[in-house]
Design a protein around this ligand. Structure first.
Ligand code: FAS
Ligand code: PHB
Length: 391
């Protein structure tokens, strides 16, 4: 069965859903295809921090109400070693801040908005294939949840299908460059029904390994521990998790409150960038084009930056007949991708123990510099709170 649309979007995660919302604001109709169910996509526990620009963008397109009512504005973060804890105040340093508002909440707001708008989304699809990408009539073929073979005929295809979707591989290897780094450690992430023991996030260097205290609300804590690659969740009892968190986050006169752990998972740490992010009428956005280790809180925010740029490029191409922004999309997007890739690598390399005593000295030196130098702290603040969108 053939169906016509302006933009075929592969993937209904934050990148795909926000792109559809932004295109709609330009009067551009789209159809989204998604392998998983809506409930599955909504339930995935992922990012927790929204950059200043992400919040500004979401507000500007009518997606800020619940964020403003339930999100937690944070002025900065704490960095610590076993000897000292320092607060970096991003508002004082760069006049920008961040918000704690889980990716699951962003996804809920996107699903609600797109449902109200009557967005066409095929959930539970299979056998997705992208064809004729170098023509001005690209197609996306798939089997829908009822087993019907369907073909979307579009003017453009947006590959928003994350790190395991088909879009990335649809760009010929002969024109593709890939950079990748796998880190020698992973994160054990837990969600706990206990009020956070801190007002703002704590990133802690400790000889036993990195730990972080984040949160999702005044009642729910989100915490992470550095663990060796290959760690299985069942190797860590909840008592062992709380003991390690208490040790690594420990600070004079401060105590970590423990509580019921409701979700635990091991997350691998990887940097990945693919260039170009455009091939003919296929445009990649979000994790389909790049992956960052979560230490810099950049993954979701980069996906937002990509689709903000892509929506404007597609509007210029499909509404105004101006191919310039679409031709510049990949190069422009990759500038921010590499800035965030470097920052995420830097935060990861500075805070995670490798067992190498030389590394440990370099890490201590970097942290002491950040504790004592306004210039150093400003550099971190500028990157963590996020640079203005390069639109
Ligand atoms: P997503 O992966 O969110 O969405 C892609 C969608 O495409 C998925 O719904 C998938 O089912 C669908 N898809 C895949 N193949 C398809 C196909 N063949 N056809 C149709 N659809 C297909 N970032 C942070 O900033 N902080 C964090 O703490 C953090 N934690 C993370 C934990 C995990 C386990 C993972 C995997 C990522 C984490 N991230 C984190 C990064 C994450 O938030 C991503 O940056 C964000 O989800 C990117 O959004 P999308 O690009 O939409 O990709
Ligand atoms: C989270 O709350 O999940 C979170 C926060 C900051 C990070 C990574 C994850 O750097």
């Amino acid at each position: 069965m053939r169906q016509r649309t302006r933009v075929a979007i592969v993937g209904a995660g934050p990148a795909g859903m926000l792109l559809a919302h932004l295109l709609d604001a330009h009067g551009i109709e789209s159809v989204i295809v998604e392998t998983r169910s809506q409930a599955y996509v909504l339930a995935r526990i992922r990012a927790g921090i929204l950059e200043h620009s992400t919040v500004e963008l979401l507000r500007s397109v009518g997606l800020g109400d619940r964020l403003d009512a339930e999100g937690l504005p944070h002025r900065g973060i704490y960095l610590q070693t076993p000897q000292e804890r320092h607060h970096l105040d991003f508002v004082d340093l760069v006049g920008r801040q961040v918000w704690v508002y889980g990716q699951t909440e962003v996804q809920k707001d996107l699903v609600a908005a797109r449902t109200r708008a009557g967005q066409a989304v095929y959930y539970g699809v299979a056998d997705v294939e992208l064809d004729d990408l170098t023509t001005d009539r690209p197609t996306v073929r798939f089997t829908d949840a009822d087993g019907v073979q369907r073909t979307l005929e579009a003017d453009a295809v947006a590959g928003c299908d994350g790190s395991f979707g088909p879009s990335r591989a649809a760009i010929p290897a002969a024109v593709t460059s890939v950079w990748e780094r796998t880190y020698p450690y992973s994160w054990l992430g837990v969600l706990a029904s206990v009020p956070p023991s801190t007002d703002e996030l704590i990133y802690a260097w400790h000889p036993d390994g990195f730990a972080m205290h984040s949160m999702r609300s005044a009642q729910v804590s989100r915490l992470y521990l550095q663990v060796p690659n290959g760690t299985r969740v069942d190797e860590w009892s909840h008592d062992r998790i709380w003991e390690a968190l208490s040790t690594r986050l420990g600070h004079t006169g401060w105590e970590l409150a423990a509580g019921p752990i409701t979700e635990a998972a091991v997350l691998p740490m990887r940097s990945f960038v693919q260039s170009p992010m455009r091939h003919g009428r296929l445009f990649l956005a979000g994790d389909a084009a790049h992956i960052v280790p979560p230490t810099g809180a950049k993954g979701l925010n980069l996906a937002v930056a990509d689709v903000a740029l892509l929506a404007r490029a597609l509007a210029a191409l499909l509404v105004d007949g101006d191919a310039g922004p679409a031709d510049a999309y990949s190069e422009t997007a990759l500038r921010r991708v590499w800035r965030c890739t470097h920052f995420s690598w830097w935060m990861t390399s500075m805070l995670h123990t490798s067992g190498d005593p030389f590394d440990a000295q370099l890490q201590m030196s970097q942290l002491r510099w950040l504790f004592s130098s306004t210039a150093g702290a400003t550099g971190l603040a500028e990157n963590y709170a996020g640079l203005p969108l390069d639109l």
